[in-house]
Write a protein that binds this ligand. Structure first.
Ligand code: FAD
Length: 462
């Protein structure tokens, strides 16, 4: 007899493990099946290792530039092996923490590949083969790197982000195909560590999903750090000349080449459905992604899908929030999170963050808006830390004063965006958000100033 659960989750990334813990906390008998390490892409091959590398490489650059603060640090070096060790330790600690949380919450943990069969039965193929039965199944098998279908992507020096994380040396030079978030974050890391980095992006600007002004500023900042970026550049293929990768691309109808020791393909991710469904047991799908309704239920009643496996924001916090909401629904509760407001963050230096809509998008949608923008060079904390580049911009409905969006490019933007996410999710007005006093001196004061500006005029602006 196979064991029966209220909830069986396939995949223990930030979507799956959070859904499992929340389901267990709400009193449901829960199991989670994971074929690799818990924590998924995020903890093992994504957010956490990337941010550890960004932290170490930025620290190295900042120490070299510390004479701005009267500190002389000559002969600053790094040991890449130790940076990798620190990254592994950080991810290892978090993975272990997730295992402990699953155990502490009474979630049954299965090691192996989960395959959905008809009738909400799930086969687990690990050291042995076994079946479990579920009242509800949550599919959370995530995604893997997308390989561009062009010549040369199978060359040993053409890497995915998974492979770049494993590289034990800093490339002398690196071409990154794609100019999205993952690309610019790796460019930040490796340029700080001394690589000559070139980005090739097919769209007319970097981070195409972000505000236009942010993309323009980012291009300039990266250029200052020695990162060359070509936009509207269509990559044709990669070939080797000796040990050198030669990447051919067309920019403004002109064919060009760029050479590098390694090439990183960072053009997006595709859903992970290998072996996920037994024959005839798959729900409706489109372009490899599971189609779900507004309750995250697939075409099979009682089978849900969340995270990178479905259409929508491909972000860890979105996957986790969806996991919480699905568990709440199964327990007959109202959703505690507003899933419509998803913060988008880029951990470059300065950081970039946005939530809600941009001024351009509001105009396109015919919404009359007022805006408030504050340039951070007039913010005290930014001057103290010499992080004075950047701005905070808010977009609010002209008639109702309700905050609709915010875009920021400044130090700690990825932490500060939370204030706007809370405001937008709760339909707060500019006046309501202004009610809270902000501590001095903080970067946060910039938010107060942007709000003041939307209401008629910031204090520290001439
Ligand atoms: P995943 O994290 O992919 O987890 C899916 C899990 O399911 C995996 O552990 C996999 O082994 C397991 N699995 C798959 N199939 C099966 C099966 N059949 N049986 C059992 N187990 C299975 N997002 C952010 O929000 N912030 C960031 O800063 C950020 N940085 C990133 C940096 C990089 C380099 C990358 C690649 C991604 C980054 N992301 C970031 C995106 C983020 O990692 C993903 O959006 C997130 O991990 C998706 O979560 P998920 O639970 O849907 O899937």
């Amino acid at each position: 007899m196979s064991e029966k659960f209220d909830v069986v989750v396939i995949g223990a990334g930030p979507g799956g493990y959070v859904a499992a813990i929340k389901s267990a906390k709400l009193g449901m008998k829960t199991a989670v099946i994971e074929e690799r390490e818990v924590g998924g892409t995020c903890l093992n091959r994504g957010c956490i290792p990337a941010k550890a590398m960004i932290h170490a490489s930025t620290l190295y650059r900042e120490i070299k530039e510390a004479d701005r603060f009267g500190i002389s640090a000559s002969d600053v070096t790094y040991d890449f092996e130790k940076i990798l060790e620190y990254k592994e330790q950080t991810t290892g600690q978090l993975v272990q923490g997730v295992e402990q949380l699953l155990q502490a919450n009474g979630v049954t943990r299965y090691y192996g590949k989960g395959t959905l069969f008809e009738g909400k039965k799930v086969k687990i193929t690990g050291n042995e083969e076994q079946f479990v039965e579920a009242e509800n199944v949550i599919l959370a098998s995530g995604s893997k790197p997308l390989i561009l279908p062009i010549r040369g992507m199978d060359l040993p020096r053409a890497l995915t982000s998974d492979e770049l994380f494993k590289l034990s040396e800093v490339p002398k030079s690196l071409v990154i195909i794609g100019g999205g978030v993952i690309s610019v974050e790796f460019a930040t890391v490796y340029s700080a560590l001394g690589s000559k980095v070139t980005i090739l992006e097919a769209m007319p600007r970097l981070v195409p999903n972000m505000d236009k002004e942010i993309a323009q500023n980012l291009k300039l900042i990266l250029k200052k750090r020695g990162v060359e970026s070509h936009t509207s550049a269509a990559v044709q293929g990669v070939h080797m000349e000796g040990d050198t990768c030669v990447c051919t691309f067309v920019e403004k109808e002109k064919e060009q080449t760029v050479e590098a020791e390694y090439v990183l393909c960072a053009v997006g991710r595709c859903p992970n459905t290998d072996g996920l469904f037994a024959e005839g047991a798959a729900p409706d799908m489109e372009r490899g992604r599971v189609l779900v309704n507004d309750k995250f239920e697939s075409s099979i009643p009682g089978v849900y899908a969340i995270g990178d496996l479905i259409f929508g924001a491909q972000l860890a916090h979105a996957a986790s929030a969806q996991g919480i909401v699905v568990a709440e629904q199964l327990a007959g509760k109202e959703p505690s999170v507003n899933l419509d407001v998803v913060p988008g963050c880029v951990y470059t230096d300065p950081e970039i963050a946005s939530a809600g809509i941009t001024e351009d998008a509001a105009k396109e949608q015919g919404i009359k808006v007022k805006t408030g923008k504050f340039i951070m060079s007039a913010n005290g904390k930014s001057l103290i830390t010499k992080e004075e580049r950047g701005f905070i911009k808010i977009v609010a409905d002209e008639e109702t004063d309700v905050i609709l969006g915010a875009q920021m490019m400044c130090a700690r933007a990825t932490d500060m965006i939370g204030e706007f996410v809370t405001a937008i999710a709760n339909k707060m007005t500019v006046a309501q958000l202004l009610k809270g006093m902000r501590a001095h001196p903080t970067y946060n004061e910039g938010i107060g100033e942007a709000l003041e500006e939307a209401e008629g005029g910031a204090i520290h602006v001439v």
